[in-house]
Design a protein. Structure first.
Length: 354
């Protein structure tokens, strides 16, 4: 093939190829982009521009104005207030609840009228009158025991073991063994009220009495309590009514009953009240006052002497200290009869609980 002819063939081929690639395809039409959607028209806002007014996808939207701050001038700000940049939650501190030790209370004001179940207590309370109306010195003491059968029922036992006094028809003061013993039962009706019934007995000669009390105790706080009527009534059943307060009174009544059959008093009606103030949990200030009336014959006063007044007013005050939960010690002073200075009466107290 000659060169001019070859050039002519190549030119035709190149022209045909260019025409083939340059021709557009029938199905290659481009899709138009979607028209921008205008934002919804809000109530109270300006009207949105119309489609023919030049509004497009870049049109600005009018924003709602915010309300001005309540404190424009900053007068409510406290520059000294701490700033918590970590947003720590606020913790409110409360005082811890007051808890009391379990068991029998150390505070006398908080103690119940009866002992808890299975608890025992033994106590003594030696006391004296420096110059009773009958002359000499009169002292006495009783051993007292009580036991909590349940928290509401308590059993008690009392024994007057002796005292120093001047016996009837004697001229000297000396020690005399006691002859009075008794048993009592206390039943708690309410937390503030109980009933107590006891039977005191004198051994020689045999004399029997009946003792009735209505122990009451009102607790007003951890430190203060009022009570009374725990030794309300003592009446005789046989010969005379034995007492646990002064053995000299029992000796005088026994002497006049056996020697010349003199009528003895029918008993005692005693209205008494006491107050307790716990200065500290271990230290209590205790005061007691009341009126003691001799029933029946005027014979037999608080000191057991014949012919004295049938009604006396007594007053006593002292303290009680509890160094251990099982131990109480105390002392008091007072008058068995405020009308007679000789009835000045110091006393001690000791109690042990098991």
């Amino acid at each position: 093939m000659s060169l001019p002819r070859l050039i002519s063939v190549l030119s035709v081929v190149v022209f045909a190829s260019g025409s083939l690639f340059a021709a557009p395809k029938k199905d290659s039409k481009k899709k138009a982009p979607p028209a921008p959607v205008a934002p919804a028209k809000e109530e109270g806002s300006a009207a949105a521009p119309a489609a023919g007014d030049g509004a497009g996808s870049g049109s600005a939207v009018q924003m709602e104005e915010e309300a001005p701050p309540s404190d424009m001038n900053g007068t409510d700000e406290n520059p000294d207030a701490p700033h918590d940049v970590f947003n720590t939650p606020t913790v409110t501190k409360t005082a811890p609840a007051v808890t009391r030790p379990a068991g029998y209370p150390t505070e006398e004001a908080l103690r119940p009228i009866t002992l808890p179940a299975n608890m025992s207590e033994v106590s003594i309370a030696p006391h004296m009158m420096v110059a009773p109306p009958g002359g000499g010195v009169s002292t006495s003491d009783a051993l007292r025991a009580r036991y909590g059968i349940t928290s509401r029922v308590q059993l008690g036992l009392t024994y007057v073991w002796g005292g120093f006094y001047e016996a009837p028809m004697a001229t000297a003061t000396k020690f005399h063994p006691g002859k009075a013993v008794g048993v009592d039962v206390t039943v708690l009706l309410q937390n503030w009220l109980a009933v107590r019934v006891g039977v005191p007995v004198y051994i020689d000669p045999v004399a029997v009495g009946l003792q009735i009390g209505a122990p009451m105790k009102f607790q007003f706080s951890d430190k203060f309590a009022l009570g009374g009527l725990d030794d309300l009534l003592l009446i005789k059943i046989s010969k005379f009514a034995p007492t646990f307060t002064y053995e000299q009174e029992n000796a005088v009544n026994a002497y006049y009953q056996t020697a010349n059959n003199t009528t003895t008093p029918d008993g005692h009606l005693r209205f008494s009240a006491y107050g307790i103030y716990n200065h500290t949990p271990k230290l209590a200030i205790i005061g007691r006052a009341g009126v003691d009336s001799v029933l029946g014959s005027a014979g037999g006063s608080a000191a057991g002497t014949q012919g004295t007044a049938s009604t006396t007013t007594f007053l006593r005050g002292g303290f009680q200290f509890t160094p251990r939960k099982y131990l109480d010690v105390g002392a008091s002073i007072g008058f068995e009869d405020l009308a007679h200075g000789g009835t000045f009466s110091p006393a001690g107290y000791l109690a042990v609980r098991i």
